[in-house]
Design a protein around this ligand. Structure first.
Ligand code: FE2
Ligand code: FE2
Length: 140
């Protein structure tokens, strides 16, 4: 497994954690498929991401608003940029199929997303949630 969700990435909010976990599993599946020269996984991941970004980002942004999170605007701007990129990529897959160039771009963007956003901005949000709500954030 190249990329794995771990409890260090937990926000303490079950729904959001489950969504992150699924994202990691799907990206890992893409990387495995690419290793085997299988491009079919890529358009499926792009289609999933198109839905995932809408639901997941809305939930995270609502939570940031509810908790008066200071860094909410910057965090949401990163969401917006990634969502726009995924919508565009999904449309490209539908129009052109799983070309090598699109598969590679998707791989680079989702891996960078996990590394630069989930591991950094989401982890910082998780720390804030834990500090604000304590161990029990299950209401959220
Ligand atoms: Fe997230
Ligand atoms: Fe986020």
């Amino acid at each position: 497994m190249a990329l794995q969700w771990s409890s260090a990435l937990s926000l303490g909010v079950p729904d959001l954690d489950a969504q992150h976990r699924e994202l990691f599993e799907r990206v890992d599946r893409l990387l495995d498929a690419m290793l085997h020269g299988d491009r079919a996984e890529a358009p499926q991941l792009a289609a999933f991401l198109r839905e995932h970004v809408v639901l997941h980002f809305a939930a995270e942004e609502q939570l940031m608003e509810d908790l008066c999170y200071r860094d909410a605007a910057r965090h949401a701007a990163e969401h917006q940029a990634f969502a726009a990129s995924m919508i565009e990529l999904d449309a490209s897959f539908r129009a052109r199929g799983a070309t090598a160039e699109l598969v590679l771009r998707l791989e680079q963007e989702v891996v960078a997303w996990l590394r630069d956003h989930v591991y950094v901005a989401d982890v910082a949000l998780g720390r804030y949630i834990h500090a604000t709500l304590g161990a029990d954030a299950s209401w959220a």
